[in-house]
Design a protein around this ligand. Sequence first.
Ligand code: HEC
Length: 132
Amino acid sequence: MRLLSSIKYALIISVVLLFQFCSDIASDALAPEKTDLTYTDDIKPVFDRSCIRCHGEDVQNGNVALNLSSYESIQNYIGDVPSYGIIIVPGLETSTLLIRLKPQYNDMYKYLDDPEEYNLIYDWVVFNEAAE
Ligand code: HEC
């Protein structure tokens, strides 16, 4: 009888610990994402500051014509599946835009003023459907 109740006790403790562990993981994963981002309020200021001198209305550097200066223009690069010219697939963290901006690669990332701007653009694409 005593053995049975210590087993029961140990079991309850493990379940409680496991639950705590899982909710810690869940809150870690959920904490940073922002869900009310729009191009106009949050992303355009970053693109204007860091990107449009090479990817703007009149200047389009490189082999790809990329004009990041308005949402109207950006709509040309948003699609359902990754393909040539489609740099934003809402919900997809491997969208070309995010790959080119990845901090580890220091490719287009180097033009950002602040590392937080990468998170902003990431959340806009992945969690906010690249909203206008
Ligand atoms: C100093 C010029 C310059 C700046 C500033 C710049 N880029 Fe670029 N970017 C380029 C060039 C040149 C290419 C094309 C060559 C290449 O693919 O590396 C390019 C390519 C890209 C591509 C790939 C397009 C495709 O269809 O494959 C993306 C996405 C991109 N840039 C995003 C950005 C973003 C976002 C910013 C601002 C944070 C930015 N770039 C700032 C010069 C620049």
